[in-house]
Design a protein around this ligand. Structure first.
Ligand code: UT7
Length: 303
């Protein structure tokens, strides 16, 4: 047990509970496959109808093959192809933009997007700087074309800055630092975060890109139904919403229930709050994460 307190975690992050996949030998694909099975059942979709399955994750079951392929195998999807996207906590916004492009190009009719993370598999539970933050989760989404050009993904703006590799990374286990007894002893196979530095970049970049999206589309705070921000830290997402001129009621938050689930946090918010959304609502969806990667979507709710 590290030297921390419930009070510190709640005050500095907003996190109250997290969910952890505890069994050994089960990875992100296990939660992803479970979510896909439930999605297929809920939408009455057969596995044969799926053209593509894309998985956004920084905690793949293994470096290769892709977790997307393992999920397809586990649920019996045989006629599809797919791949993983590694964009850190921007996993949802990047991967959603990518699958949207396949749908718009007419190259796919029914795609599944899985955002999933078993963050507990790369979390060092002796490091108090990171271990209270991360949780495990997976969400699966069915992506289909619409005839209405004024709904769904209206616009996006994404960025990368490789300076982020010095502040948020998992050092060992890839081709640069293959795992050895020494890398394990130095605990380099776990996530490392310089929280203070990442915080500064996250606050300014998430706010800039979200405000920029509003300005580009001439949207005032009253035109935005909700901000759906990546759930890294309550203080970061509140600062983003306030820079956009939004009241707290328009800034959707569920970090208290799940912690930071990296690229999965945004679809978890959409799942928890979906009953609130009305047809025609303008949603700004924004994230910041490892890379650095960051960006914002303007999404018009269509149902
Ligand atoms: O998800 C994508 C990207 N990630 C983020 O956006 C996360 C960005 N960073 C953060 O959210 C915050 O920086 C953290 C939550 C990680 C840390 O919060 P902070 O307010 O920046 O804390 P800090 O690192 O500046 O540390 C403040 C104090 C330090 O003590 P001293 O030096 O002031 O005596 C730390 O040692 O809090 C101490 N501390 C803790 N105390 C109790 C750090 N971690 C803990 C802990 N429990 N778990």
């Amino acid at each position: 047990m590290v030297d921390t307190s419930d009070e510190w975690i709640r005050e500095r992050t907003g996190i109250v509970e997290r969910h952890i996949l505890k069994q050994d030998g089960l990875g992100t694909s296990e939660m992803g496959a479970d979510a896909v099975r439930k999605l297929l059942a809920a939408t009455g979709t057969s596995v044969d109808e799926i053209d593509m399955l894309v998985c956004a994750t920084v905690t793949p079951d293994m470096l290769f093959p892709a977790t997307a392929n393992i999920i397809c195998d586990k649920v019996g999807i045989k006629n599809a192809w797919g791949f993983d996207i590694n964009a850190g906590c921007s996993g949802f916004i990047y991967s959603f933009t990518a699958v949207d492009a396949f749908i718009r190009a007419g190259r796919a009719k029914k795609m599944i997007l899985v955002c999933g993370e078993r963050m507990s598999g790369i979390t060092d539970y002796t490091d108090r700087n990171t271990c209270p933050l991360f949780g495990d989760a997976a969400v699966a989404m069915l992506i289909e074309p619409t005839d209405n050009p004024n709904e769904g993904l209206i616009d996006y703006e994404h960025h990368v800055d490789g300076i982020g590799r010095h502040y948020l990374y998992q050092k060992a286990g890839g081709s640069c630092y293959p795992p050895t007894a020494e890398t394990v002893a130095r605990r380099e196979h776990f996530v490392y975060q310089d929280g203070k530095t990442v915080f500064k970049y996250a606050v300014s970049n998430m706010a800039d890109v979200s405000v920029g999206m509003m300005e580009k589309h001439d949207l005032k705070p009253e035109d935005i139904a909700y901000l759906i921000p990546h759930q890294a830290n309550l203080r970061i997402l509140a600062a983003t919403g306030h820079r956009m001129g939004l009241d707290d009621g328009k800034i959707l938050v569920n970090i208290e229930k799940y912690g930071n689930t990296a690229g999965t946090s945004i679809p978890l918010v959409m799942w928890d709050f979906k009953k609130r959304f009305k047809k025609g609502d303008n949603l700004i969806i924004s994230a910041f994460g490892a890379g650095f990667t960051w960006g914002a979507l303007l999404y018009k709710w269509g149902i």
